[in-house]
Design a binder for this molecule. Structure first.
Ligand code: A3P
Length: 320
């Protein structure tokens, strides 16, 4: 995998030098490509985005979970996996359900990491194939956009997203990173120099796609999902083409999935070990709450973010 990533980085090395470059957080360089900023030399980078665009082939039955990092990717991966595979795991002991053993990121791979794997899971995956991606809507490979597959997008209040990023980035065990204050990270965030940023433009592209064809793109917010997870889960299952039967609802299947994918359960399952080198499983489960930003952002920081959000989302029915 490491070798493959090196080859891939080499392939795009020349091309990248021609793109506008700025400083992202943690001292990382960020490059502008097709209207968005990407870091380089990692799995979630400009190189893997270009490789996905160049060589990933979608199938019409595929399901894609799309997000900006820190918007609840891990949660929505778990929910979609549990819905789609519920018949398969119906009669097994709950303790052997994959989500009670593995990190949800193992159950639903990212396109960005699949593209660098020696033996990608997508060659021999079940149907429908489940994938996730942070790639902006208009930068997704043509085969995904043209093949009519379903996309689930989840976004989150940008203030909670920033606070979540702040903790996540500062927790990663990478000795090359410089620790940053939330004020310094805010500065980078508002300029849009974050991975797959600007945050607001990413949300707007998926929102537009969902307004144009709600049967193909489901637009969700973390906050909405939190308020009444069971009813949102039913809507999600219908959208995915796996609606719950009356019998299932009566038998408590919906509530079982809500519990299985709850923050508390997943945090407990993932309390030990590393997901990848330097990324503890636990780093994906911090607080899992709405409005935690109040403990970290000053009034001034809040105002800056609220102003941008109001301006960028003006006239759109996006609320957190
Ligand atoms: P906080 O840092 O605010 O706690 P992502 O999965 O996109 O990286 O997002 C991570 C955020 O989702 C973290 O937010 C994390 O705690 C939260 N999260 C992870 N699993 C969750 C779950 N099952 N339910 C609700 N939130 C969850």
């Amino acid at each position: 995998e490491k070798e493959n990533l090196t080859l891939l980085l080499d392939r795009y090395k020349e091309k990248i030098t021609r793109f506008p470059r700025e400083k992202s957080w943690m001292g990382l360089d960020t490059y502008m490509y097709q209207g968005f900023w990407y870091i380089s030399k990692s799995a979630f980078s400009i190189e893997t985005t270009m490789a996905v665009q160049e060589s990933f082939q979608a199938q019409s039955t595929d399901i894609y979970i799309t997000t900006q990092p820190k918007c609840g990717t891990t949660w929505i991966k778990a929910l979609v996996f549990a819905i789609v595979n519920r018949t398969k795991y119906k009669n097994i002991n709950p303790s052997t359900h994959p989500l009670n053993i593995y990190n949800p990121h193992k159950c639903v791979p990212f396109l960005e990491t699949e593209i660098v794997r020696k033996v990608p899971t997508y060659g021999h995956a079940d149907s429908p194939r489940l994938f996730a991606s942070h790639i902006p809507y208009n930068a997704l490979p043509k085969s995904i956009l043209d093949s009519g597959c379903r996309l689930v997008y989840m976004c989150r209040n940008p203030k909670d997203v920033l606070v979540s990023w702040f903790h996540f980035e500062n927790k990663l065990k990478d000795r090359y990173r410089t620790q940053m204050t939330i004020g310094e990270m805010l500065d980078v965030y508002v300029k849009g120099f974050t991975p797959y940023g600007p945050y607001w433009d990413h949300v707007k592209e998926y929102h537009k796609a969902s307004s144009e064809d709600p049967t193909k793109v489901l637009f969700l917010t973390y906050e909405d999902m939190k308020v009444d997870t069971a009813s949102k889960l039913k809507r999600l299952a219908e959208f995915l083409g796996f609606p719950f039967t009356e019998e299932e609802v009566a038998n408590g299947v919906v509530d079982e999935i809500v519990m299985l994918c709850s923050f508390e359960n997943l945090k407990d399952v993932n309390k030990n070990g590393d997901f990848r080198k330097g990324i503890p499983n636990g780093s994906f489960f911090r607080e899992g709450k709405v409005g935690g930003w109040r403990n970290y952002l000053t009034n001034e920081m809040t105002q800056i973010l609220d102003d941008i959000t109001m301006e960028k989302f003006q006239g759109l029915d996006i609320s957190f």
